[in-house]
Design a protein. Sequence first.
Length: 122
Amino acid sequence: MNTFEALLEERKNAPERTLASYSNGVVYAVYTFERKSLSLDDLIHRFTKDNQPSRSSAPVTVDGIQGRQLKFETDDRMGAVELFATAHNLYVFQAVGSKLGNPATGMTKFFSSIRLSINPRV
């Protein structure tokens, strides 16, 4: 886990915590931000900008919390990001993999494992 000050825009800094892992050609990352001065739209803007071209966006809900899913694809890689806002924090779940393998399998498992409730299902 890594914690640092992230510059999201010219005037918006926020503590960012990052937890990342790599498996079978796919990088998985979880980012958390304090919600004090940031909005979900700030993060959507950041991750949309970082993941061009060929992207799609759709609503997503986990444990009753609505968020946004962004999918993107290039000639050699594919990925997805799911972003959520709770009362105190913002969460970003990201998976990016090379098309040389089969990244969709691991990504599906990763995103289906997300839980945002106080008492997660086992």
